[in-house]
Design a protein around this ligand. Structure first.
Ligand code: HAM
Length: 409
């Protein structure tokens, strides 16, 4: 029979990749704890409208990339393409605005986008994201960016923080108009997608990777020159706070995001090694209201776990592995007792399942990458002792259980 394969863009994560993946998860979770975020576990499936309304009908995510399907009653559901919309839905549904003046939530888990798979781009990928509800203060934007910066710093990843402001309802319409006018003039140099985007979602043209589009938008009007008083002040304050916090950044006036809910601050953390965005986020002051909640400003970010994991070079040291080797059938019960005592001491233990001589079992211990062999033969059993062999140096000592557990471990 032909072997089954996983679905295109859906991958298994195990072994060393999983170690890197978990190193990222643990680092991000620990940092979020330092900033007093609380976890929320969200459904993977929502009504499709939750995403259509928040991410925006005109975005690539909603137009082309969502996994949408009807339930048995014909209601349209979607696999979540991101986490923010679900958190906002939960924030409103669970009346969280009434519980605290500020709410800081984080989530992690798989997201789904029907994109063309390539290195670092999957159809099922994982994010850890954080969202802060309830404050208009640019200090919060700065704190959110500082979390992203801490993540790459702690994992020793070389990356650049890019920031921009994309304004608000007051100032963006005039900018949009100026941009569309400019794009009409350079339309001859735009790719087919951007000709379409020019009318549908003109800001996205600034973000197109096609070289002719890139050069065509070089002299495009910049949002920062169109910011209203409030947005300009917000942006200036954000940059000031980043300077005070010692967070290096570059201003990228062409930075726009693939989701429509943003206002004012947007940012991305771009890997120097791969040239791809690994963490991204921004402010979204209207989204809670647009989704039917009490007007509440918010700002957040999401880490692409696979992308950051690809860049992790140093893996956390694992606990040494002890392989307990019984010699002969009669010693098995004693070996079990030794295993339990070691595990009670918090040691990582593998009991040899192979009934064979010492040489064969030591070979097995090496194959399983054990650091110590704990050999229990009949002598050891009688004396209540063990022989411990350091598999790196070859050094071997015999110790009574008492010596081992009260003095050595
Ligand atoms: P996003 O930029 O769409 O933002 O995604 C955030 C991160 O998820 C990206 O920077 C990237 O690392 C990762 N990512 C996205 N798509 C893929 C993919 N197909 N394969 C692998 N990794 C991927 C959001 O999702 C917003 N919800 C972030 C946010 C939170 N803004 C405010 N709060």
């Amino acid at each position: 029979m032909e072997e089954f394969r996983s679905v295109r863009g859906f991958h298994d994560i195990f072994g060393e990749e999983l170690e890197r993946f978990n190193a990222v998860r643990q680092t991000v979770r620990r940092i979020l704890e330092l900033y007093n975020f609380e976890e929320i576990i969200l459904p993977v499936v929502e009504y499709a409208e939750v995403f259509q309304r928040s991410i925006g009908e005109a975005t690539d995510i909603v137009q082309k990339e969502m996994f949408v399907f009807p339930d048995k009653k014909g209601r349209m559901l979607a696999l979540r393409p991101e986490g923010t919309a679900g958190v906002v839905r939960a924030f409103i549904q669970n009346r969280m605005f009434a519980l605290k003046p500020y709410t800081k939530l984080f989530y992690e888990g798989p997201m789904f986008r029907y994109e063309r798979p390539q290195a670092g781009r999957y159809r099922q990928f994982h994010q850890i994201g954080g969202e802060v509800f309830g404050s208009l203060d640019p200090l919060v934007d700065a704190e959110v960016i500082s979390i992203a910066h801490k993540v790459v710093k702690e994992l020793k990843i070389e990356a650049v923080v890019e920031v921009n402001s994309i304004g608000c309802k007051v100032c963006r319409p005039a900018y949009r108009e100026a941009l569309v006018q400019y794009l009409e003039q350079v339309a001859g140099h735009l790719c087919e997608d951007c000709i379409d985007r020019k009318d549908r979602n003109p800001l996205r043209v600034l973000d197109c990777k096609v070289p002719t589009c890139k050069s065509a938008v070089k002299d495009a009007p910049k949002m920062v020159d169109f910011l209203c008083e409030e947005c300009r002040e917000h942006y200036q304050k954000l940059l000031e706070y980043l300077n005070i916090m010692g967070i290096p950044y570059v201003e990228n006036p062409n930075l726009v995001r693939g989701l429509d809910y943003y206002t004012k601050t947007v940012f991305e953390v771009v890997s120097r090694e791969l040239g791809i965005t690994i963490i991204a986020g921004g402010r979204y002051d209207y989204l809670v209201e647009e989704m039917g909640g009490v007007p509440t400003p918010a700002v957040g970010f999401a880490v692409g776990v696979e992308r950051v994991a690809m860049l992790v070079k140093e893996l956390p040291q694992r606990q040494p592995l002890y392989m307990v080797i019984p010699l002969g059938e009669d010693t098995v019960s004693y070996a079990l007792k030794v295993c339990e005592l070691l595990r009670e001491k918090g040691k990582r233990v593998e009991l040899s399942y192979k009934r064979a001589g010492l040489k064969k079992q030591l070979e097995l211990a090496n194959k399983l990458k054990a650091d110590y062999a704990v050999i229990v033969g009949e002598d050891e059993m009688r004396e209540e002792s063990v022989s411990i062999k350091n598999l790196h140096t070859g050094e071997q000592v015999k110790l009574s259980l008492k010596e081992l557990f009260s003095h050595v471990l």
